[in-house]
Design a protein. Sequence first.
Length: 82
Amino acid sequence: MKTELFEQAIKQRHKLKFLYNMKEVNIEPYYITQNRAGKKVIFGRVDSSFEIKMFEYDKIVNIKVLDHIKFSPIIPILPIAS
């Protein structure tokens, strides 16, 4: 169920809101994979920061897809040395 919600949010560029370790988190979801320990994780940019963080599925509860809020992924552009 979580995977389906996350995949839809990633495809449609919807923000997500959920509880992670009992703290409310708003993210722009980017990628679903497994970490080195074999646990399923989602990567996303936390609101009000430029940092991409990893969140373990096991610790995510109360997921809400904010379908009225869309986002454009931030793609870092490296300056070309001249």
